[in-house]
Design a protein around this ligand. Structure first.
Ligand SMILES: *[C@@H]1O[C@H](CO)[C@@H](O)[C@H](O)[C@H]1NC(C)=O
Ligand SMILES: *[C@@H]1O[C@H](CO)[C@@H](O)[C@H](O)[C@H]1NC(C)=O
Ligand SMILES: *[C@@H]1O[C@H](CO)[C@@H](O)[C@H](O)[C@H]1NC(C)=O
Length: 445
C-alpha cells in the first residue's frame, strides 16, 4: 500500500518533467575525474605508491598495451589547462578525487604532504575563481600500497585509518569544498576487484574478499560521515555521501522477476540498504541466501560478515544525498543446471544468486566492452554549447530513481525535489546526476 503511494507520486513527478522537456533551473552540469586517471606524477615529491601503481607496474599484461597512470593527463602539472577546459565547457561543478598516498605519504596522519596540500589548494582555488564548484571524492580506488600490505579493505582497522584521512581532508579543504563523496562505487572497488582480480589490488577472492571489503568500506564511509557531521558541519555546512554505480537489471522473462529483484538488491541494495533503510544492515534476503550457501559449502559461518547492532546503527542514516552513477543495463535469468556462471558483476553472473546476466540483441555496444547502450530514450537535442541548456529524457534514470524512492526513502515527498530543485542549499536532501560521456573534450596526451 505504502509502496504504491510512493510509486505513484514519483511517476507524477517523472511525467511532469517529461512533459516540460527541459532541465529545471538549478540543474547542474559537471564533469568527473579521479586522481589515478588524471594526475600522473606518480612518484613525484613525497607521494607513495598506490595499489594501481603497484598493479600496473607489476602486472603490465593486465592493462591494454601495458598502459599505466604514471603520466596520464599529467594534471598534477596541467591543472590550469584543465580548469580552462572546464570553464570553456561551462561546467557548474568539477568532481575530482584526492590521492590518499599523495596527501598522506605514510598512509597515516603522522605526515601530511606540504606539496599535496599546495597542489589541491591551487586546484580548488582555481576552480572557485572561475565559478566552478569543486566536488571532492576521498576514495576513488587508489589505496596506499602500504595499507594494502596490511590487508587493505579486508582489514577492519581500515575504517579508522580512512576516517583519520577524511578528517585531514575536511580540515584542509572543507572551508571551500561543500560536496564530499567518501567512496566512489564500492561495487567496483570491492565486487569487481575481488571477483576478477583484474582491478587493483589484483587479488582474486570471490568467496570472501568482496564481502569483507564491502563491509569495511561501509564502516569507513560511515565513520567519515559522522566525523563531518560532528566536527565540521556546523562550521562548513557541506554535504557528505557516497556514490553507487547501478546497472539497471530487467528480467529476461516473467519467471525471472523475483531473481531480478535479488540481483538489484545485490548490486544496489548492498551499499544502500545499510545506509538508507529503516532497519539498516545488509539486505535481509541477500544475507539469508549467502548464509545458506556458506552452510551448504561447509563453512561454519556466513562468508558475508554480519554487522553487529552497533555497526548497523553506526552506518544507518550516514548520507546527505543519494549519489548515483549510471552507465548500462543487463537482462537477468536463472542459470541452467551445470551452466558456468561468470564473475559478478562485469562478467555477467552472480554465483551466490545462481543468476546469469546478458543483453538484448538490439542493444548497441559502446566503446567499452561492458558498456551496452540500453538508455535509448535519452535525447540530447542541443550540443554542449556554453549555456548548456538541454532537453533530456532519461527513462532509465527515472526507473532507477523510482526504484530507489520506493525501496529506501521513508520520506518520499521530500525526495520529489530530486530533479527540480537539485543542489539547492536550502533543501534537506538532493541528488545530482553526473552525465557521462567518455570524450566530452579531447586532449592529446
Ligand atoms: C619516476 O617514474 C618515472 C617513470 O614514470 C621514471 O622515469 C623516474 O625516474 C622516476 N623518478 C623517480 C624520482 O624515481
Ligand atoms: C552546437 O550548437 C550550436 C548552436 O545550435 C551550433 O552553432 C554549433 O555549430 C554546434 N556545434 C557542434 C559541434 O555541433
Ligand atoms: C527546496 O528549496 C526550494 C527553495 O527554498 C523550495 O522552493 C523547494 O520547495 C524545496 N524543495 C523541497 C523538495 O523541499
Amino acid at each position: 500500500m505504502w509502496l504504491k503511494a510512493v510509486a505513484l507520486s514519483v511517476l507524477v513527478c517523472a511525467v511532469a518533467a517529461y512533459n516540460s522537456r527541459r532541465f529545471p533551473p538549478g540543474f547542474k552540469f559537471g564533469a568527473a575525474t579521479s586522481s589515478y586517471q588524471i594526475e600522473g606524477a606518480w612518484n613525484v615529491s613525497d607521494k607513495s605508491e598506490s595499489i594501481w601503481d603497484r598493479l600496473t607496474h607489476s602486472k603490465p599484461s593486465i592493462i591494454t598495451n601495458g598502459a599505466t597512470g604514471d603520466v596520464a593527463c599529467n594534471s598534477y602539472y596541467n591543472w590550469e589547462d584543465d580548469i580552462n577546459i572546464a570553464a570553456e565547457l561551462g561546467l557548474h561543478f568539477y568532481r575530482f578525487s584526492l590521492s590518499w598516498p599523495r596527501l598522506l605519504p605514510t598512509s597515516f596522519i603522522d605526515k601530511i604532504s606540504a606539496e599535496a596540500i599546495n597542489y589541491y589548494n591551487k586546484l580548488i582555488d582555481g576552480l572557485i575563481k572561475r565559478g566552478i564548484e569543486p566536488v571532492v571524492t576521498l576514495y576513488h580506488w587508489d589505496l596506499p600500497q602500504r595499507i594494502q600490505d596490511l590487508g587493505g579493505w579486508a582489514n577492519p582497522y581500515i575504517a579508522d585509518w580512512f576516517a583519520d584521512y577524511a578528517r585531514v581532508a575536511y580540515r584542509l579543504f572543507g572551508d571551500r569544498v561543500k560536496i564530499w563523496i567518501t567512496v566512489n562505487e564500492p561495487v567496483v572497488a570491492c565486487d569487481i576487484a575481488y571477483n576478477t582480480g583484474f582491478f587493483a589490488p589484483g587479488i582474486k577472492s570471490p568467496e570472501f574478499g568482496n564481502y569483507l571489503c564491502g563491509k569495511n568500506m561501509l564502516l569507513a564511509h560511515a565513520k567519515a560521515w559522522r566525523i563531518y557531521d560532528e566536527e565540521f558541519r556546523s562550521k562548513y555546512h557541506g554535504k557528505v555521501g557516497l556514490t553507487n554505480q547501478i546497472f539497471w537489471h530487467i528480467p529476461e522473462s516473467d519467471e525471472d522477476e523475483e531473481l531480478t529483484e535479488m540481483v538489484r538488491q545485490y548490486m544496489t541494495g548492498m551499499y544502500s540498504h545499510p545506509i538508507f533503510s529503516k532497519d539498516g544492515g545488509w539486505p535481509p534476503e541477500i544475507e539469508r541466501i549467502i548464509a545458506e550457501n556458506s552452510k551448504k559449502q561447509g563453512f561454519s559461518r556466513s562468508r558475508l560478515p554480519p554487522f553487529t547492532k552497533e555497526e548497523i546503527d553506526l552506518i544507518k542514516g550516514t548520507c546527505d544525498y543519494y549519489g548515483m552513477n549510471y552507465y548500462t543495463s543487463r537482462t537477468v535469468r536463472k542459470a541452467r543446471d551445470g551452466e558456468s556462471i561468470g564473475s559478478w558483476p562485469l562478467q555477467d553472473g552472480a554465483v551466490d544468486l545462481g543468476a546469469v546476466m546478458s543483453v538484448k540483441p538490439d542493444w548497441k555496444k559502446a566503446a567499452s566492452m561492458w558498456l551496452w547502450v540500453f538508455n535509448r530514450e535519452i535525447y540530447i537535442k542541443e550540443n554542449l554549447t556554453r549555456n548548456l541548456k538541454k532537453n533530456l529524457i532519461a527513462n532509465v534514470l527515472f526507473q532507477i530513481m523510482f526504484y530507489m524512492c520506493a525501496k529506501f526513502h521513508q520520506d518520499p515527498l521530500s525526495r520529489l525535489g530530486y530533479l527540480t530543485t537539485n543542489i539547492h542549499p536550502s533543501n534537506q536532501t538532493f541528488a545530482f546526476i553526473i552525465l557521462v560521456r567518455s570524450k566530452v573534450f579531447s586532449v592529446p596526451y
